[in-house]
Write a protein that binds this ligand. Structure first.
Ligand SMILES: [Zn+2]
Length: 436
């Protein structure tokens, strides 16, 4: 019986492998510019040979085996497939006035609708040049795992997903002053931690249900409650026992510091981080995902949320954006690893994947060179996903996850970034623009 079962499983695995990897053929890309994420530099006139989903060769002149399809991108810039390390594919929020509407989505949309919508949003990520995302909660009870599995099985197109499952948090999750009779909405979106022992159990539950990373709310902003340092220590200890990383939503200095002292691997947002906490992060090799917004995107949000425009809006945006820029600059000076994550889950006229690239614009506004911005969204993110050398890099033996942007991405960043020409995931073309 067991042998029969195992052979069926083996057969199913091989069928899946065929479904995911239909490319037996070889493809050669002639690239005008190639971004080298390991060196944080651009190299001219390179060729990349893809064979069976893997980069077989990269260099200035490659001998082309017969039967190879040649794609001429000699006027364009080739990068590793971009990685958004902070997404919420299962959450979608219209901009509106009033108290946090985050709670509305799980109350009015079914699991099925959220998963199907997540697949739709995942497609917009591919179209924008992102081939991998790290999805950090607000995804019901493991809807993220469902979507990840559907993508891996080839049911729907989407980016590679690394997922957290429900966020481990203190009472109430991030839902502000939820009436008592709606408490179950919080427990279906968050794993509410009741004690140190419960914290250990929660990690095992999430890992057992398919989580790749543990996300915690050090603080529950906009809600007031905090996880204790002892609870976070128990979470970190248990996750590390099983080789998984812990990353913490933390939005003010004390909650950032608490999470760092508890031993987390990364901090999400990190607004208001102090110099001394940044120093501690550098010492303990804790990465930072600052989730910044550009000045223009800040203006868009203030207009949509509050109807405010002009000089007043500029003042509001500067109050938020300028301290963020300084924090990013200080983090870099102190040697804290920066990882690009958009935290974009808003419903606007533009596709989510496209909007998610705004964070990259925000880094350039903070004075970061284009080559380093791209490193945040490729090499650095591959490291925190435990995928260094496999994705986020263009080198022999790496997976063929590749994005191609029109023209010179380094010199003409804002234009080129939004001019996606071709996207390849696992050696398969998943997006091709109809421009020449
Ligand atoms: Zn988030």
């Amino acid at each position: 019986m067991i042998r029969w079962f195992l052979s069926v499983v083996t057969l199913l695995i091989s069928i899946n492998a065929i479904a995911q990897n239909p490319v037996g053929k070889r493809v050669l890309i002639r690239a005008g510019n190639v971004y080298n994420s390991a060196k944080s530099s651009f190299e001219k006139n390179q060729e990349i040979l893809i064979d069976n989903g893997i980069i077989a060769e990269i260099g200035s002149k490659i001998s082309v085996p017969p039967g190879t399809e040649v794609i001429d991108m000699s006027k364009h810039t080739v990068t590793p497939g971009l990685i958004d390390a902070h997404t919420h594919l299962l959450l979608h929020m219209p901009y509106s006035k009033g108290p946090s509407p985050m709670v509305v989505d799980p109350m009015v949309h079914s699991e099925a609708e959220r998963v199907l919508r997540g697949a739709y949003i995942g497609r917009t990520y591919l179209n924008a040049g992102f081939t991998t995302v790290r999805d950090l909660g607000n995804s019901g009870l493991f809807f993220d795992v469902t979507l990840k599995n559907a993508i891996n099985k080839g049911y729907v197109d989407g980016p590679r997903m690394f997922v957290s499952g429900p966020i481990l948090s203190a009472v109430g999750g991030q839902f502000l002053e939820l009436p008592h009779h709606l408490g179950s909405v919080a427990t279906q979106e968050y794993r509410i931690i009741k004690s140190v022992e419960d914290a250990r159990l929660a990690v095992k539950e999430n890992l057992n249900s398919g989580a790749d990373v543990i996300k915690i709310c050090s603080d529950n902003s906009p809600n007031q409650f905090l996880l204790t340092i002892d609870e976070m220590k128990a979470i970190v200890e248990t996750a590390h026992q099983y080789g998984k990383k812990v990353t913490a939503h933390a939005t003010f200095d004390q909650s950032i510091r608490n999470a760092v002292l508890a031993g987390v691997d990364g901090i999400e947002h990190g607004y208001g981080v102090s110099d001394s906490t940044l120093t501690l992060m550098a010492q303990k090799h804790v990465y930072l995902v600052p989730t910044p917004v550009s000045f223009q995107e800040g203006l868009n949000r203030v207009k949509l949320l509050n109807g405010i425009t002009g000089k007043t809006a500029e003042g509001i945006v500067n109050d938020f954006v300028l301290p963020n820029r300084i924090a990013i600059q200080k983090a870099i000076q102190k040697g804290v690893k920066i990882v690009a994550g958009s935290d974009y889950y808003n419903e606007t006229d533009e596709p989510v994947g496209k909007q998610a690239k705004d964070m990259l614009v925000a880094y350039t506004e903070a004075g970061v060179k284009v080559a380093d911005v791209l490193r945040f969204a490729t090499y650095n993110s591959s490291q925190i996903l435990g995928m260094e050398g496999v994705i986020g890099v263009l080198k022999k033996g790496a997976k063929a996850d590749i994005s191609i942007f029109g023209g010179d991405l380094e010199q003409d960043f804002l234009k080129s970034l939004y001019d996606v020409r071709l996207v390849i995931k696992n050696g398969v073309v998943v997006f091709r623009s109809d421009k020449d």
